[in-house]
Ligand binder design. Structure first.
Ligand SMILES: Cc1cc2nc3c(=O)[nH]c(=O)nc-3n(C[C@H](O)[C@H](O)[C@H](O)COP(=O)(O)OP(=O)(O)OC[C@H]3O[C@@H](n4cnc5c(N)ncnc54)[C@H](O)[C@@H]3O)c2cc1C
Length: 597
């Protein structure tokens, strides 16, 4: 086996261990790749139970009042700091322990309710929403998910009030997108009572203000010469903890403290291990599932702000003796922002509900939510920036700050390219394995193989022949539902064709993967939008509202989304991929950036 094959084998083994722990119920996104519409998870549209809604409404009222009176996003940006008074206020309202169980002092909110809270913060200040995410969505998440009762009792009460703060430390120089390549070492002491940690972490939000950091480090695996990543609780008062740079100067979300630190022979008690030894990557990825969900909520909030700003300006600014809103090219931008904001909220709500309802595996959906909402928000900000013209460029308006702040979203918590490839590959794994079964049997027929291949073949065939049923309740949505069903079949057909055409090399064909992932993301987004419209129509009907709610933007989203999907799938066979690869290769190998005269 050459070095490259060995590396590929290692990656596949790592991914298998992480992602495919055993038989699981078919999730919604994996179902799409099989040509199925797993309706139970997405319909009817999830609603917060009445009993919780009252508590959420009260919290939101209190939060809005506090944010309106005490949060100054422009000042936070200028000072590159979130004042302690803001952190204390968020702690008092319960934001810093929103989903923590009440027995540890938390509010015990569902993920759906928590997303509403983060949307509200995301509407106003990205520094503050990223700070809350780093502390609550990922910082103390490993404790909430994997902490023992003793650990939770010891650590959580002060963390959920904000008296103490948390951080999540995975990234290192050699472990950025390649998160599995953690180099920080954790060696057990001879008596096994402690681990000695050595190494450096960088780009860690809250590192310099945190009292508890969830740190990923590499431990030897007992009984083998292998090492694996384990999650540790580290506190900055441990001897050997050295803050190298407390606040690295940066482009946006300037209020957050993003830091670098070193651990030099830091002695951590074994009681501070979170989750099983050697399962730190699984811990990290599960934690990030939560982070990516609240990312969706924050982006939704910011997109709603874009819409408000765009409408306000388009209705008041006059040029050529008309308001800007009278021009079609401005209308187009406003309509798109409204459509995207509606979809972002729907997708966030449905994904959060997966977590609340205990779906076992929602990694694909959280990855889709993260990529989709961060890309859409970037477009929304670009559009509203354009509507404001020259005025957007000046610092008295919030738009240049919003633009700077939003840029991290496509990079942090998994760069969008990495997640895009992940979505396509994990999604295609199911049908890919079925094709492998068929192919292997054709090459080497056996009785057992034949029956498995027959089952796989039947499965594939039925998925390409049948149009899945999309069960909406509202009569007026039937046409959209049928179109969604047909588009899923079309998608499934395209996935099958790509798998048959490219076979194993598809693992490296990111241009193909991107189209498949983009189509899958739009299918998920359309589903969430359709489910939300249906839910709203039904809700209005039950409450005696004769007039149907205004769904013009949602309707536009469905039209645009279906059109985009058709484009992605058509580009699987009509593209410039060869020319793209050739042009890049020419630059990369010659190192020259000059074009021929
Ligand atoms: C402000 C800020 C806050 C952060 N907070 C935290 C935190 O709290 N905790 C934490 O652990 N980390 C944190 N990070 C780190 C963040 O998660 C990483 O920056 C991110 O995962 C990307 O890693 P990298 O920067 O090393 O980029 P690299 O891994 O070097 O990637 C650079 C680019 O290469 C491309 N790329 C990489 N791999 C692939 C691939 N397989 N296929 C295609 N393209 C690829 C992508 O376009 C990517 O953007 C933070 C970063 C920033 C900037």
């Amino acid at each position: 086996m050459n070095k490259l094959d060995a590396q590929r084998q290692k990656e596949i083994q790592q991914a298998e261990e992480l992602l495919f722990a055993g038989p699981q119920a078919l999730g919604f996104a994996k179902g799409l790749f099989q040509g199925r519409f797993v309706s139970d998870w997405v319909m009817p549209y999830p609603r917060i139970p009445e009993a919780q809604q009252g508590e959420l409404d009260e919290t939101l009222t209190e939060l809005r009042k506090f944010l309106n009176e005490d949060l100054d996003p422009a000042e936070i940006d200028r000072q590159a700091d979130i004042p302690r008074s803001v952190i204390n206020g968020l702690g008092r309202i319960g934001v810093l322990g929103m989903t923590a169980p009440k027995e540890y002092g938390g509010r015990g909110f569902s993920q759906m309710a928590n997303c509403k809270v983060l949307e509200e913060i995301g509407r106003r200040c990205a520094s503050t929403s990223v700070f809350v995410n780093a502390h609550h969505s990922i910082g103390i998440r490993a404790l909430l998910l994997f902490g023992t009762h003793e650990q939770n009792q010891k650590w959580l009460p002060k963390l959920v009030t904000g008296e103490q703060l948390g951080a999540f430390a995975l990234t290192e120089r050699e472990a950025g997108s390649d998160a599995a390549n953690v180099q920080m070492q954790a060696r057990p002491t001879e008596d096994g009572s402690h681990f000695i940690l050595n190494g450096e972490k960088r780009y860690i939000t809250n590192a310099a203000i945190a009292h508890e950091l969830t740190v990923m480090a590499r431990t030897p695996m007992p009984g083998s010469d292998k090492t694996a990543v384990t999650a540790f609780l580290v506190t900055p008062d441990m001897p050997g903890f050295e803050m190298l740079e407390a606040r690295m100067p940066k482009t946006g979300i300037k209020g957050t403290a993003t830091g670098r630190f070193a651990l030099r022979d830091v002695k951590v008690p074994k009681e501070n291990i979170l989750g099983p030894i050697g399962k730190g990557l699984k811990v990290a990825l599960t934690v990030l599932d939560f982070g990516r969900t609240t990312f969706g909520a924050c982006c939704t909030g910011a997109a709603k702000t874009c819409l408000e700003l765009a409408v306000a300006h388009a209705n008041t600014r006059r040029q050529f003796n008309k308001t800007l809103g009278e021009f079609e090219l401005v209308k187009k931008k406003i309509a798109r922002i409204a459509a995207d904001a509606y979809a972002m909220e729907a997708m966030t709500t449905v994904t959060a509900a997966f977590i609340d309802r205990g779906l076992e595996d929602y990694m694909l959906e959280t990855a889709m939510l993260k990529v989709f909402t961060t890309e859409r928000l970037w477009e929304c900000i670009n559009d509203v920036f354009q509507i404001y013209g020259g005025s957007a460029y000046f610092t008295d308006l919030p738009l240049e700050r919003m633009l700077r702040d939003a840029r991290i979203n496509q990079i942090g918590e998994g760069a969008n390219e990495v997640l895009t490839s992940f979505i396509a590959l994990v999604g295609m794994r199911g049908p890919g394995m079925e094709f492998k079964e068929i192919y292997d049997t054709m090459m080497k027929p056996s009785r057992d193989g034949m029956s498995k291949a027959w089952a796989a073949g039947k499965n594939r065939l039925s998925a390409t022949v049948l149009v899945p049923d999309v069960p909406v309740q509202s009569e007026q949505l039937r046409a959209h539902a049928r179109q969604l069903g047909r588009t899923i079949r079309h998608f499934n057909f395209a996935v099958n064709r790509a798998l048959i055409t490219y076979r194993e090399p598809i693992l490296d064909m990111q241009l193909v993967q991107e189209r498949i992932a983009n189509a899958a993301m739009d299918l998920f987004a359309s589903t969430c939008v359709l489910s939300r419209i249906d839910g709203e129509i039904q809700f209005a009907g039950r409450n005696g509202n004769a007039a149907s709610p205004d769904h013009a933007a949602a309707d536009l989203f469905l039209h645009q989304s279906f059109r985009r999907i058709r484009g992605f799938l058509a580009a699987l066979t009509d593209n410039d991929d060869k020319a793209v690869i050739a042009a890049a290769k020419s630059c990369l190998t010659s190192g020259s950036t000059e074009t021929a005269p």
